[in-house]
Design a protein around this ligand. Structure first.
Ligand code: ADP
Length: 489
């Protein structure tokens, strides 16, 4: 029997990484999972594009030199460095004109996707393959961990190469397919045989994500419930058939929380640090937040928080309808987010009509996000689907009680409050029966009743604050999976 190959070097490829570039939860995971794996003795290199401003956030930088290879653009280079804020080791891919732009990683300042996203991420994938093949900086990974559609071509390309390391592909959100037309397929100069239903073709176009799902040696997604959901037609985004076909290779591993960044006891961005034993300090954060956002200083009214990308997935329309239904009730709302312009317009109008009860900040604001977690009483997250979700877990640690829908990671992390779960100190939040307004209203009413019951409310918050979703367990599950992949192929 051949002994198990131990695993040491991991190349973790991502399109976002906190604090260098963040659009959503992928950035948080790409920051904390590689660091958690490093504490388990792995040598992890995180590869991502050198977006605008990323380089200035590194220290101990070293040029790894130019990267040349077939179908690579001229003048590509890699810089190694350590993220000042977190200590994470990263390799940034520099490419003149490709990544260093105003806007988000994926879109311009007006929210329009960059028209050359196909090329921006194809280059990232091709460079990852050069590294995977041991042709860069005398270093070769034992496994390449890919994340979402932007990295979907890596498993495809590595399957064409000989002696390439195996790949793991993690689905953070199945809905982003990375879809492009046939002319882009031609420009990529991929083998023509890949334009087939069994490979990359997807209803007359082609999908980077499908490449990752079809060609990676193993697949994970970010919660056990989402792993099951995406194999159904309702949640499968047209890829459920492929996912059912690959179900033996697919597992759900819950994301963890970086409690160094999200901890009310040590959080430098909040005015009054607190623990589950000093919740009077949390009340001071509420007052501070009300003042900062222009809300009336009502200590006894429940304050509902929302921090989100404003997209249909997150049930923002349901939140807007709920706010309208409660507009004349003693409830306050503090909302932060950007995205869909219609949602932005509606939230702005509501805030203007009810300035002492509703606040809306239409931006991306890391500091305000922490202050909302610290100051709000409830956190609302009525997602239509939620691969894992991080904010409900952050909320638990901040004693901010989550109200969620029964889907994906929300179902896996929040225990609904009933007399039974409350008395057993299991209840951590409120879970609706479905992602629709009547169910949300019913659960919201129940939540407000518990808020009025001082003893129940204290118990609920304290139980939530004691939950432990740190990365240790999840990183151990990834490590075990890496070993399995490397040893079984
Ligand atoms: P998703 O990845 O689908 O956006 P998650 O709950 O997994 O959802 O992660 C969202 C992350 O992005 C959280 O860290 C959340 O605090 C952050 N976030 C979302 N919108 C904003 C915003 N407008 N300002 C600050 N942080 C935000």
């Amino acid at each position: 029997m051949t002994p198990n190959r131990s695993i040491r070097n991991i190349l973790f490829v991502t399109s976002e990484c906190y604090p260098l570039a963040k659009v959503g939860g992928l950035a948080d995971v790409s920051s904390s999972l590689p660091r958690a794996l490093a504490t388990k003795g792995l040598n992890v290199v995180t590869l991502l594009p050198a977006y605008q401003g990323a380089l200035t956030q590194l220290e101990n930088t070293r040029a790894l030199g130019a990267i040349n290879g077939p179908l690579l653009m001229p003048d590509l280079s890699l810089i190694e460095g350590t993220v000042k804020q977190t200590g994470q080791r990263v390799w940034l891919l520099q490419a003149p004109g490709l990544y260093d732009r105003d806007g988000t990683p994926y879109a311009d300042a007006y929210g329009h996707d960059w028209p050359d996203n196909w090329q921006r991420y194809a280059q990232l994938c091709r460079v990852a393959c050069e590294i995977a093949s041991g042709r860069v900086a005398d270093w070769q990974p034992d496994l390449v961990h890919c994340n979402d559609w932007q990295t979907g071509l890596i498993p495809v390309l590595l399957k064409q190469a000989s002696l390439a390391p195996p790949t793991l592909f993690t689905i953070h959100n199945l809905a982003y397919l990375g879809l492009f037309d046939g002319d882009i397929f031609s420009q990529l100069q991929l083998p023509p045989a890949l334009w087939s239903f069994d490979a990359l073709e997807f209803h007359g176009r082609f999908s980077y994500l499908k490449g990752g799902l079809g060609f990676a040696d193993a697949l994970t997604t970010v919660s056990p419930t989402y792993a099951k959901e995406i194999q159904t037609e309702d949640y499968g985004c047209g890829l459920d058939g492929l996912l059912r076909f690959r179900k033996k290779a697919l597992t759900g591993i819950l994301n963890g929380v970086d409690y160094e960044t999200w901890n009310p006891e040590t959080d430098p961005t909040i005015a009054f640090p607190y623990t589950s034993q000093s919740l009077t300090e949390k009340a001071k954060n509420k007052k501070h937040l009300q003042k900062k956002t222009g809300l009336a200083p009502k200590s006894n009214q429940p304050l509902i928080g929302l921090i989100s990308r404003l997209v249909e997935q997150k049930g923002i329309d349901l939140i807007i309808d709920l706010m309208k239904a409660y507009a004349d009730e003693p409830v306050q709302w503090v909302t932060l987010g950007n995205g869909n312009v219609d949602y932005e317009r509606e939230l702005k109008a509501l805030a203007e009509a009810h300035p002492s009860a509703i606040s809306f900040t239409p931006s991306y604001d890391e500091q305000l996000a922490h202050q909302i977690e610290a100051g709000a009483d409830f956190f609302l997250m009525p997602s239509r689907y939620e691969p894992c979700g991080l904010n409900q877990m952050y909320s638990l640690r901040y004693g901010t009680v989550p109200i969620v829908t029964p889907t994906g990671g929300l179902a896996d992390t929040i225990i609904h409050t009933t007399p039974g779960t409350l008395s057993k100190k299991q209840a951590t939040g409120f879970v609706t029966k479905g992602a629709d307004l009547p169910n949300l209203k019913q659960t919201f009413k129940h939540a407000l009743n518990i808020y009025k019951d001082k003893a129940a409310w204290l118990k609920l918050r304290r139980t939530g604050m004691q939950q432990d979703f740190s990365w240790g367990k999840s990183a151990a599950a990834y490590l075990q999976l890496y070993e399995k992949i490397v040893n079984t192929g």
